[in-house]
Design a protein around this ligand. Structure first.
Ligand SMILES: NC(=O)c1ccc[n+]([C@@H]2O[C@H](COP(=O)([O-])OP(=O)(O)OC[C@H]3O[C@@H](n4cnc5c(N)ncnc54)[C@H](O)[C@@H]3O)[C@@H](O)[C@H]2O)c1
Ligand SMILES: O=C(O)C(=O)C[C@]1(C(=O)O)C=C[C@@H](O)C=C1
Length: 293
């Protein structure tokens, strides 16, 4: 597969899924004036209108038109939608167009891309920005969302070095720092530090909301509960897709967490203050060390 350098300085950007992540990409590139035109594809008319109003996209188009016109396409939809999007755009892609994505999982996205794109998978350079928030939709978008944040790129064997470099520049152009990783390592790492915390946050919110005295509990909840459950307000569809896509790695992390929670439960049941103090001291020190990095 050859990529000419016209892909390095493209004219038209196509954003598929103009929510928090996609609209923030639109705003960032509009600010940086990287593209002459930014096209948006979505499934909610109200959200697309909001994206236009905010200046994140110039025009709403169909998937087909997006594929026909775009030099770079970025897919920012819940990960289970990836296959149908790529399958629909494949016949219409420009020869030198490059595609990247923002999906929070990578092994499933790459498998979907290989099936949907066939030989054209060389044009797909998988990525994941480690930036976001619990709000969703274009109205939550920010031009500086990626400023100083990390973006993981998981290049494929099929990708030409120039194509990977062009997508690297695409993310750097929004102020992000890029880092390369294999998809397998990516999914194992983010199961532990992103996917597990979201599942735990949803679970705690459910536990308190399900209580008979939920109103009393929620009425008195302070900063600890607020911090722990901030991410429980995240998009349910997005997190359903992530949890199922990264099932193996996530289940492993959940089992380890359940085991650790059981150990702490036993210490409390046995009133083993020394063991509790040792565990909490280690966790507290590690948290402070991490914050100071
Ligand atoms: N929110 C975060 O913190 C975060 C961070 C990094 C990566 N991601 C990933 O980015 C992607 C988008 O997340 P988001 O936070 O922007 O979600 P979002 O809900 O704000 O936006 C997703 C948008 O995609 C649209 N969409 C869904 N299916 C579609 C389809 N088939 N065709 C066209 N549009 C479609 C929705 O209408 C919505 O506007 C997800 O894959 C998510 O895993 C999210
Ligand atoms: O800021 C938040 O609320 C986030 O949850 C962002 C966050 C995370 O850190 O887990 C969520 C999902 C992503 O794929 C990447 C980033």
């Amino acid at each position: 597969m050859t990529q000419n350098t016209s892909a390095v300085k493209p004219l038209t950007l196509g954003i598929v899924g103009v929510g928090l992540i996609g609209a923030s990409i639109g705003l960032a590139h509009k600010k940086a004036k990287t593209f002459d035109k930014v096209l948006g594809v979505g499934r909610s008319e109200a959200n697309l209108n909001e994206a236009i109003k905010l200046g994140a996209i110039d025009q709403v188009v169909s998937l087909e038109q997006c594929a026909k016109e775009s030099d770079v396409i970025v897919v920012c939809v819940p990960v289970a939608q990836t296959f149908s999007i790529l399958h629909a755009i494949e016949p219409h892609l420009k020869q030198n167009a490059l595609i990247t994505d923002a999906g929070s999982t990578k092994t499933d996205v790459i498998m979907a891309a290989k099936t949907a794109l066939g030989d054209k998978v060389a044009q797909f350079i998988p990525a994941h920005p480690i930036a976001g928030g619990a709000q969703h939709g274009a109205s939550a978008a920010k031009a500086d969302l990626y400023q100083g944040k990390e973006v993981i790129i998981c290049p494929l064997q099929e990708n030409a070095p120039a194509a990977v470099e062009a997508i690297n520049k695409f993310w750097l152009g929004m102020g992000a720092n890029t880092h390369r990783m294999s998809a397998l390592q990516h999914d194992a790492v983010f199961a532990a530090i992103s996917h597990l915390p979201h599942v735990l946050s949803f679970a705690l919110m459910l536990q308190v909301a399900n209580a008979e005295d939920a109103n009393v509990k929620l009425g008195h909840a302070g900063a600890g509960f607020r911090d722990f459950t901030r991410i429980a307000a995240s998009s349910p569809e997005m997190w359903r897709d992530i949890s199922l896509a990264n099932k193996t790695a996530l289940l492993k992390e959940m089992d380890q967490y359940l085991n650790l929670t059981k150990q702490l439960r036993d210490m409390i049941a046995k009133e083993d203050g020394d063991a509790l103090l040792k565990a909490f001291t280690r966790a507290s020190a590690e948290r402070q060390k991490w914050e100071g990095r």
